[in-house]
Design a protein around this ligand. Structure first.
Ligand code: NAD
Length: 495
């Protein structure tokens, strides 16, 4: 049986890509290839940009209430198709059904936020900035915007971008991850069904050639990117050099500090979810636990038990495990090699996921929950983003040392503390160098109404994704000063 080949959606038409080269789309649960994704060329990217540019004038002038109505219908359609889309996420990504629902729910909240666009776009006014002169601000769309997304949240990350970008009055070119194109296609199909005019949303598959065309094309005004740090840097540097606005979220290494006074039962529960949820493939995964003083002895025995109790298996069927596979065999092998390197440099493996066998799906890309103790700052395992179900443990004597270690990371996405001390929590939130802080919250990822505030090597740009910052990103302000002279008809009402 021949495999389905993903199609582009350009100017209101589904169509094949310009070249026949493709990459495989796997079902990570079984290791099977389930579809192929076009590699794409500049011809596809240019056609998508041209379609978006042609649709811009009419969409820009569509009243914001009418634009919002498209997203009210879109919201309804996503709810109606919730099970179907989450099943696709499980199939092409390997998330469990619960995780896939979380992925789509977080995305749906961004659609709901975009439904408020008439209010979000309102400007300010001030009468009499000088005698007889009034002043107002207007927020106007930019033109053609681009969204380039990673594999790990097939629904949420695209929904971070295009609903708000389009609701602001822009037209859009969406380049999804070639590893999870099926969810992207389903999301675009529903947007068409919601009544979006032709050309406002365009979907183009591909890799570097497509991305570089989008980054350098003079018609493109703004680029939203989420992915790994090296690619985020490339996107930001190339896009800004070509005069575009860029917001580029990168990778992460998030620290969770556990104080000896923490509620250990709740901490174990939260830490296991933060480290092993979504098989560790989250930019907000808690990948390093820093235990302070006696916290290690209180925490680790139960944490090891919790890790070993996690059932790993296929997620593409009714009976669900606690954790699914990682995205590809190559990614699984990279995770294993980072754990090997830590071990050879002296770290101790307390729970070992490298040897995991899943008998009902032997060819799936599985890696079990892993805990590595005595990790040192200089190790590659400590510095690099592993992006798998691996929790490093670093032991420290006091909070100061824990904060200093956290702040040495090149990344700055999230950090959390588990404690019952208000003073320790205050010290931590004040001094820690990361954009999203959790206090007794293991994954402090922000929701649609708040910006997703990565710092340092976790974000390149000025205005973040989500919330009011994203509305600013997708619009530019105009300030109008108005004075009316009283000559001629201006005096009529006095008579
Ligand atoms: P990736 O960087 O490999 O790919 C992201 C996107 O960039 C994909 O669409 C891909 O096709 C494209 N791409 C890849 N290499 C490219 C290149 N050389 N030139 C141009 N385009 C290229 O990321 P991934 O593996 O799909 O996703 C995982 C990464 O995303 C992790 O590092 C994770 O931390 C990060 N992430 C960050 C956030 C955040 O908000 N900070 C959220 C989710 C994921």
């Amino acid at each position: 049986m021949s495999l389905p080949i993903c199609q582009n959606y350009i100017g209101g038409q589904w169509m094949p890509a310009s070249s026949s080269a493709t990459t495989p789309v796997f079902n990570p649960s079984t290791g099977e290839i389930i579809a192929t994704c076009p590699v794409g060329t500049c011809v596809d990217a240019e056609a998508a940009i041209a379609a978006a540019a042609a649709a811009f004038p009419a969409w820009r002038d569509t009243p914001p209430v009418d634009r919002a109505r498209v997203f009210f219908r879109y919201r309804h359609l996503i709810e109606q198709n919730f099970e179907r889309i989450t099943a696709l996420i499980c199939r092409e990504h390997g998330k469990t059904a619960i995780e896939a629902k979380g992925d789509l729910h977080r995305g749906l909240e961004n659609v709901e936020y975009a439904c408020g666009i008439p209010t979000l776009l309102m400007g300010d006014t001030l009468e009499n900035i000088a005698r007889g002169v009034d002043c107002e601000t207007m927020n106007q769309p930019l033109g053609v915007c681009v969204g380039i997304t990673p594999f790990n949240f097939p629904a949420m990350v695209p929904l971070w971008m295009f609903p708000l970008g389009i609701a602001c009055g822009n037209t859009f070119v969406f380049k999804p991850s070639e590893k999870v194109p099926l969810t992207a296609i389903a999301l675009v199909e529903l947007l068409i069904e919601a009544g979006l005019p032709k050309g406002v949303m365009n979907l183009v598959h591909g890799g570097r050639e497509v991305v570089d065309t989008l980054l350098t094309h003079p018609t493109v005004k703004a680029i939203s990117f989420v992915g790994s740090t090296p690619v985020a840097k490339h996107i930001h540097e190339t896009g800004t050099r070509h005069g575009k606005r860029v917001q580029a979220n990168g990778g992460a290494k998030n620290y969770i500090v556990i104080m000896p006074d923490a509620d250990m039962g709740k901490t174990v529960e939260n830490l296991a979810t933060a480290a092993f949820g979504c098989a560790g493939e989250r930019c907000m995964a808690g990948s390093t636990a820093i235990t302070v003083g006696a916290a290690a002895d209180k925490l680790l025995p139960d944490l090891i038990t919790a890790a070993k109790a996690i059932k790993v298996g296929p997620t593409d069927r009714a009976a669900q495990p606690h954790m699914g596979a990682v995205i590809t065999a190559a990614h699984r092998d990279r995770i294993a090699s980072l754990v090997d390197s830590g071990e050879s440099e002296g770290a101790k493996i307390l729970a070992d996921g490298r040897t995991l066998k899943v008998s009902e799906a032997p060819a799936g890309f599985y890696f079990g929950p892993t805990i590595v103790d005595d990790v040192r700052d200089h190790m590659a395992l400590a510095r690099e983003e592993v992006f798998g179900p691996v929790l490093n443990v670093i032991r420290m004597d006091d909070l100061d040392a824990a904060i200093e270690t956290t702040n040495r990371s090149a990344f700055g996405n999230g950090a959390a503390i588990f404690t019952n001390s208000g003073q320790a929590a205050r010290e931590f939130k004040h001094r820690v160098k990361a954009g999203m802080i959790g206090i007794n919250v293991g994954v402090p990822a922000t929701m649609a109404m708040f910006p997703f505030t990565g710092w340092d090597d976790s974000f390149f740009g000025d205005l973040h994704i989500q919330g009011k910052e994203a509305v600013q990103f997708y619009t530019r302000q105009k300030v109008v000063s108005t004075r009316w002279f009283s000559e001629g008809v201006g005096d009529v009402w006095k008579k």
